[in-house]
Ligand binder design. Structure first.
Ligand SMILES: CC(=O)NC[C@@H]1CCN(c2c(Cl)cnc3[nH]c(-c4cn(C)nc4C)nc23)C1
Length: 272
């Protein structure tokens, strides 16, 4: 059984609502990882123990190059520790803030990587439900790492916990409180693709209610600089009817993705 004294704790990598994430190194093997520390008291107060248990259960079994690994977990009297893969190039949203927006190659590569990760998750009947730039990290070669499965569930599901955080990525069926399935993740891929290329989310508005209305009506316009291929892909994903959204397997075969993605996976699929 692991314990906190097995590690040397480095700089804090980020603060979450229930604790913080620290860079850590195993004293014995010098293996570097990200140690997420969660205070039991904070979880109990928010009645989110079941959600954390589910995150741990789900994440421990997922193995994919574009999903942040959870190696193990342990706890002491007051805290729960998640031993997570360390993503050396940090958070996608910080990169997007710095660059303002990404070009077609970078965005198409991210879309292919997140689609592959979600194809893998959905094959295990796991839906993430919280895809957004804040939950995406970058690996050693700049590849996308899907993280923070705190909201993931086994499909199909009805949301029980109140929504919090950004509303920009909510799918219409989530706003309506209707039963939802894997297609909520597909919707988020469309919103993410738009935000990476435009530098802002497609349904951004002054108030939550305004954003909800724009989402329900799929009311969005494309910036002049967005390529026709990207507009075509985004329009085929952001469909109000979940079952009419372009499936993930069709997203990674879309001409705009095939033309622009440089992810390692696509090299394997269509070698020179
Ligand atoms: C998805 C999520 O849980 N985000 C909140 C936590 C913030 C740092 N967390 C990291 C987690 Cl959980 C894993 N790897 C990380 N790498 C970094 C990072 C690297 N640089 C150069 N800068 C940073 C920051 N951060 C992490 C996650």
């Amino acid at each position: 059984m692991w314990c906190i004294s097995d590690f040397e704790i480095g700089k804090p990598l980020g603060k979450g609502r229930f604790g913080a994430v620290y860079l850590a190194r195993s004293k014995e093997t010098h293996f570097i990882l990200a140690l997420k520390v969660i205070f039991k008291s904070a979880m109990e107060k928010a009645q989110l123990e079941h959600q954390l248990r589910r995150e741990i259960e789900i994440l421990c079994h997922l193995r994919h190059p574009n999903i942040l690994r959870m190696y193990n977990y342990f706890h002491d009297q007051t805290r729960i520790f998640l031993m997570l893969e360390y993503a050396p190039r940090g958070e996608l949203y910080k990169e997007l803030q710095k660059k303002k927006y990404f070009d077609d190659t970078r965005t198409a590569t991210y879309m292919e990587e997140i689609s592959e990760a979600l194809i893998y998750c959905h094959a295990q009947k796991v839906i993430h439900r919280d895809i957004k730039p804040e939950n995406l990290l970058l690996g050693l070669r700049g590849e996308l790492k899907l993280a923070d499965f705190g909201w993931s569930v086994h499909a199909p599901s009805l949301r029980r916990t109140t929504l919090c955080g950004t509303t920009d990525y909510l799918a219409p069926e989530m706003i309506a409180g209707s039963p939802h399935d894997e297609n909520v993740d597909v919707w988020c891929v469309g919103v993410l693709c738009y935000e990476c290329l435009a530098g802002y989310a497609p349904f951004e508005a002054a108030t939550r209610l305004e954003t909800f209305r724009k989402i329900r009506e799929v009311n969005m316009t494309f910036p002049s600089w967005m390529s026709d291929g990207a507009r075509d892909l985004i329009s085929k994903i952001l469909n109000r009817t979940p079952s009419l959204r372009l499936p993930l397997k069709a997203i990674i075969e879309h001409p705009w993705i095939l033309n622009h993605s440089s992810s390692d996976l696509s090299m394997r699929r269509s070698p020179m």
